[in-house]
Design a binder for this molecule. Structure first.
Ligand code: CP3
Length: 339
């Protein structure tokens, strides 16, 4: 690997400067992505290795981040499990037959991922060729809890109230569903590693919807199963949005790094994780609206606060669609210029 900064940070090695990439960096704000988006619908882009690999390398070509993340979506998992998922333009994910009963859970399958998600493996192989060992490739999956949120709610939500109601009124069925998603995700991530990804990240985007106690029961124990199943095969990064309360527990796990959102200070994140774990984050995505010169100052300060070692510079959540190109550039450049 010509640029292995990201891997070295995951190993906790001393580095000249921290590596940088941006969550959801493939897509949205990039004009070259919009061109492809205008021609092909969402799942066609995910399922066509030539398109997925091209979209994956677009941000690397433009900005030279230290890692690429495969263009795909967390919702290809429920799709492979026999749950219909649509991506509606200007609306987001829509699942016309949400899971609401034990019978619905019984109908969910644990698929042979090497068949159902072979297109993802082909996309990984095509991307590895395009990347030509310049930078590592990150594979990812949603956490079982976050996937359950969409499967039960049927669409995005501010509070995922229906998903929580299902868990608290029918915990037996909820845990069965979570276990099926976990088993599928483990097989999926193992196949991704075999296909060539250099690390994997688990996105628990909606973990922060749960109380600390419920987080242990409905989210963390399943994420930890995934970490334990993958830890000997690759680096696992766990990112939970709104989950600062679980940082001590996460730091005790075998994850190689922990993602931090922007509501937690660097100092508190280091304190809660014991100071010895690689952390990733946590620039407020909306702060990319500030003028480029201010972004650079804030990024430098963020690195000083986290420390340059055992640290991966990132946003605290995905990049927003309407961020100006020069502002994204300022974010990446500030890290590369860090002394
Ligand atoms: O860096 C990347 O963009 C890599 C690819 C990627 C996508 N989705 C592409 C995508 C990744 C890593 C994801 C993860 C994802 N998907 C998450 C977890 C991360 C997070 O942001 O919390 C979640 C919750 C989803 C579910 C999802 N997919 C939503 C809510 C939406 C609609 C709103 C939006 O634009 O994010 C999607 C669609 C989606 N996934 C798009 C892209 C580029 C936009 C739709 C399109 O391109 O047609």
């Amino acid at each position: 690997m010509k640029n292995d900064l990201y891997i070295r940070a995951l190993k906790g090695e001393i580095v000249e400067r921290p590596p940088v990439w941006m969550m959801r960096q493939a897509g949205r704000y990039l004009p070259e992505f919009q061109e492809i988006k205008a021609k092909y619908d969402f799942f066609t882009r995910c399922q066509t290795p030539e398109l997925a690999s091209e979209i994956t390398v677009q941000p690397i070509r433009r900005y030279g981040m230290d890692a690429a993340i495969l263009f795909s979506d967390i919702l290809v998992i429920p799709q492979a499990m026999n749950i219909e998922v649509q991506m509606k333009p200007n609306f987001g994910p829509y699942l016309p037959k949400p899971i609401r009963s034990q019978k619905d859970v019984d109908n969910v399958i644990v698929p042979d991922v090497s068949v159902a998600l072979d297109y993802v493996m082909q996309a990984i192989k095509a991307t590895k060729e395009l990347l030509n060992d310049e930078v590592p490739l990150i594979g990812f999956a949603g956490s079982p809890w976050t996937i359950l949120c969409y499967c039960v709610q049927g669409q995005g939500s501010k509070n995922f109230d229906i998903a929580k109601e299902f868990c608290f009124t029918n915990p037996f069925a909820a845990h069965q569903l979570l276990q099926k998603i976990t088993d599928t995700t483990i097989a999926y991530l193992k196949a991704k590693v075999k296909a060539g990804v250099d690390a994997v990240q688990i996105f628990d985007s909606w973990g922060g919807m749960l109380s600390p106690t419920d987080y242990q029961e409905f989210s963390w124990q399943y994420i930890n199963q995934i970490i334990e199943a993958l830890k000997d095969e690759t680096y696992v990064v766990a990112f939970g949005k709104g989950c600062w309360f679980a940082l001590p527990e996460m730091a005790r796990s075998n994850a190689s790094a922990i993602g931090i959102d922007w509501t937690c200070s660097a100092r508190n994140a280091r304190y809660l994780t014991g100071g010895n774990v690689t952390l990733q984050g946590n620039f407020d995505p909306a702060r990319l609206f500030s003028p480029p010169a201010d972004i650079k100052k804030m990024v430098t300060q963020m690195i000083n606060e986290f420390g340059k070692d055992k640290y991966i510079v990132n946003l605290g959540h995905g990049i927003l669609p309407n961020i100006p190109l020069d502002n994204a550039k300022a974010f990446i450049d500030a890290v590369k210029e860090y002394k």
